[in-house]
Every structure is written in C-alpha cells, then in structure tokens.
Design a protein. Structure first.
Length: 225
C-alpha cells in the first residue's frame, strides 16, 4: 500500500496581518510603489516663520543689553546707574531717578516708547510695569516694593473660556509727588493725582484725587491730605 501523500505546507500569518493587508492602499497590495502626499515646503516655512515671530514677541534687545550690563549689581546697589543705563538705551528716564532693583518690563515690540519716568523718583525692588499701553510717572514719585502697574486685561469671554483671547489696554498716569505703598496694584486706565498716597496692598480701580489717601481692595478714600 502506498503511503499517503504529504499535506502541502502552510504559511502561518501573525495575528492581524491579513486585516492589515486589507487596509493597505490598492497599489501597495499589488506590489506597486505608493506615492504619499507631500506637504508644501512653502506652507511649512510660513508656519515656522509665524511660530518664530510669536515666540520671540517678548524678546527685547534693549532689555537684554540692560540686564547684561547690570546683572552684577545686587539689590539696593547702583540705583542711579540702572537709570543711566536705561536712559542710554532709549528709555525716557529722568535724572536722579533711582532703581533699587531692575523692574520687570512687559509688553510688545518697542515697549521702551511706552514708559516715561521723570526726575528724582524712587523705584523699589520687584516692581512690574505692563507696557502694553503707556505708563507715565511724574517727578519725585515713590514706588514701594513689588508695585504692579497693569495697563492691559483680557475681555470677559463665554463660559468655556472666561479670559477671552482679546486683550485691551489703557494708559496709567502717576502724577508728581505721589507715593504708592508696597504691593499695591494699579489697574488699566487709572490716574493717581499729584501728592496722593496709595496704601500698601491696595487695589486701585478708579482715579485717585490729588492730595488724598486711599486704601483697601478696592481702594477707597481714607482722608484728604
């Protein structure tokens, strides 16, 4: 009796291979080369340029140079020198104005044009100047530790994003002889009258009359001086 013929060899496929083959383009399944869609090099370059502009919007060569020149100075040392360097770099800083430390300056390109500080002012450490709109500081003004001058704010948006992308900005004016206490906050569009005093920690949302003292959050009139 003849031995039974051996069964034809079978090829084992890994799990899922057949379904993966079925999902390939027809040309690939037939062994023909597949041409994948190419992204336009022009569109890629435009996107890279746009992202680079957005990411470098806060880069200011004048500020970088000022920090490079002033970084060896510790706090409370070289106060007049800081003013001299900023003035030499195009900032409008009056003579005799002292910076106990380098303030944080925020804003778009050309922010140096939005800041004017007159003569014989005292700017303490940790102050923040939002220069998305102009800030004017008169002569003989004193700013305490960590004073915030905020010229810009987001508009209120829908419930899905209350801080809307749209930003509005209004100038801040601090007139001659005013004294702003430590950690007070001045909101957009506010004017501080000449000779006024803003107590430490106050949140100023409206104009302050000349020769008055305000305190609290929001700031309210305490008395006339």
């Amino acid at each position: 009796m003849n031995a039974p013929a051996p069964a034809p060899p079978t090829t084992a496929h890994p799990a899922g291979m057949m379904s993966s083959m079925a999902s390939l383009p027809l040309a690939a399944a037939e062994g023909r080369p597949v041409t994948l869609p190419k992204r336009s090099s022009g569109r890629v370059a435009a996107k890279i340029a746009r992202v680079a502009r957005e990411e470098s919007a806060g880069l200011h060569l004048r500020l970088l140079l000022a920090r490079a020149l002033l970084w060896p100075l510790p706090l409370m040392v070289g106060g007049r020198l800081r003013g001299i360097v900023l003035r030499a770099l195009g900032f409008r800083i009056g003579h005799g104005t002292i910076f106990a430390g380098m303030p944080v300056l925020l804003g778009g390109r050309g922010l140096h044009r939005n800041l004017e500080i007159r003569d014989i002012c005292w700017i303490n450490i940790g102050c923040v100047f939002d220069l998305n709109a102009p800030i004017f500081i008169g002569s003989r003004v004193a700013l305490g530790h960590e004073v915030l001058l905020l010229t810009s704010t987001h508009e209120i948006g829908p419930p899905t994003q209350r801080a809307a992308p749209t930003v509005t900005a209004r100038p801040i004016v601090i007139n001659d002889g005013a004294w702003l206490g430590a950690r007070c906050t001045i909101l957009p569009g506010v004017s501080i009258g000449a000779g006024a005093v803003v107590a430490a920690g106050a949140l100023v949302t409206r104009d302050v009359p000349p020769n008055s003292m305000v305190a609290g959050t929001p700031a309210r009139l305490v008395r006339m001086l």
